[in-house]
Design a protein around this ligand. Structure first.
Ligand SMILES: C[S@@+](CC[C@H](N)C(=O)[O-])C[C@H]1O[C@@H](n2cnc3c(N)ncnc32)[C@H](O)[C@@H]1O
Length: 284
C-alpha cells in the first residue's frame, strides 16, 4: 500500500470511527443523535419517518414494527458494543438503526403488494433488518425472497429476524453478498435502501444490480439525494445501460410526512433526510 492510499485508509477508518462513535454514544434505539450537519452520511436527526410504528418487546433489543393494524414484524436491533475491529472492518452503517429509506421502501412495498406476486426478489445492503424484504416475504406472494448485506453481523441478525417471524413455507434465504461479487441467480425485483452514498463501491453496486436483474426485471431503490451522491449513482447506472425514473412524490402518506417534517422540524433537510424513489429497468 502506498503512503497516499495508506493515509487515505487511515482517514477513512478514523472517519468511520467518528461516525459510529457518535451514532452509538447517542441512543442506539430510535432517537436523535448529535452528528454534525455537514456530515452528509451521518446526519440522522430524523431517526424514523413515522410510517411504521416501533414498539419495544419484553425481550431486550426486540421490537415490533407495525404498519397499520395488519402488518407487523418482529425485528432485533443490534445494540452491540462494537470493537475497534468491527469499526475498522466492513461497513457497519446498517447495524446502527433501520434507516428511513428502508422504512419508506417497506411502506411503499406494502402499498403495492400485487407487484410481488410470483416474483423473485433480491434485497441488497438490507442492513440488520432487511425490513422491506422481510415484509415482502411475510405479506406478499413472492416466489422467493433473498435478503443480503455485505456485513456478516447484519446478515446473522437478519437470520434471527427471519426465524422470529412466522414465515411458514415462504421461500426466504439470507446471505452475505458484497457488491461486485458475482450473483448466481437472476431476479425480477431488486431492492436497495440507502446504499448510494458510498463513493468507493457505487460502481460495484450498479454492476451487481445489473448482473442480478432479469432482462425484464426492475430495481426499486430509495435513498436521500445527499449532495451529488444520488446523481452520481444515476450516472453510473446510465453508463451501465439502465433506464431510470426518479420520483420525489411517489406515495401520498410518505409525501405528507415529508411536508409535515418540513413544516415542524427545524433541522429537517430534504436533501439529507427525504428518501427519493428510483425505478431502474434494463429496457424502457
Ligand atoms: C446506510 S446502510 C442501509 C441499511 C438498510 N438498507 C437501511 O436502510 O436500514 C448501508 C448498508 O449497505 C451495506 N454495504 C455497504 N457497502 C457494501 C458492499 N460493498 N457490499 C454489500 N453491502 C454493503 C452496509 O453493510 C449497510 O448495511
Amino acid at each position: 500500500m502506498g503512503i497516499e492510499s495508506h493515509r487515505h485508509h487511515n482517514e477513512t477508518a478514523r472517519r468511520r470511527w467518528g461516525l459510529l462513535a457518535r451514532a452509538l454514544t447517542s441512543n442506539n434505539r430510535q432517537t436523535e443523535n448529535t452528528n454534525q450537519p455537514q456530515d452528509l452520511i451521518s446526519v440522522r436527526r430524523i431517526s424514523n419517518f413515522g410510517l411504521i410504528k416501533i414498539s419495544p418487546l419484553i425481550d431486550v433489543d426486540w421490537f415490533v414494527y407495525s404498519a397499520g393494524d395488519k402488518f407487523s414484524m418482529k425485528i432485533h436491533h443490534l445494540n452491540q458494543v462494537l470493537t475497534p475491529e468491527d469499526l475498522m472492518g466492513f461497513n457497519n452503517t446498517g447495524n446502527v438503526c433501520v434507516w428511513p429509506s428502508e422504512e419508506v421502501l417497506a411502506y411503499y412495498a406494502l402499498n403495492h403488494r400485487e407487484e410481488f406476486f410470483g416474483k423473485s426478489v433480491l434485497e441488497l445492503g438490507g442492513g440488520m433488518s432487511c425490513l422491506a424484504g422481510l415484509y415482502i416475504a411475510k405479506y406478499m406472494e413472492a416466489a422467493r425472497v433473498h435478503l443480503t448485506d455485505g456485513n456478516e453481523n447484519s446478515v446473522n441478525n437478519v437470520v434471527q429476524n427471519v426465524k422470529a417471524n412466522d414465515l411458514g413455507d415462504k421461500k426466504v434465504e439470507c446471505s452475505v453478498l458484497k457488491w461486485g461479487e458475482d450473483v448466481q441467480d437472476k431476479y425480477d425485483i431488486i431492492l436497495a435502501a440507502d446504499c448510494l452514498f458510498f463513493d468507493s463501491t457505487r460502481r460495484a453496486l450498479v454492476h451487481t444490480i445489473w448482473q442480478a436483474m432479469k432482462g425484464n426485471g426492475v430495481g426499486w431503490i430509495t435513498a436521500p439525494r445527499r449532495g451529488s451522491t444520488l446523481d452520481n449513482f444515476l450516472e453510473e447506472a446510465q453508463n451501465m445501460g439502465f433506464k431510470y425514473r426518479v420520483s420525489d412524490s411517489y406515495n401520498q402518506d410518505i409525501w405528507d410526512r415529508h411536508l409535515s417534517l418540513k413544516r415542524d422540524c427545524p433541522y429537517y433537510n430534504m436533501d439529507i433526510h427525504y428518501p427519493v424513489f428510483i425505478i431502474l429497468t434494463k429496457s424502457v
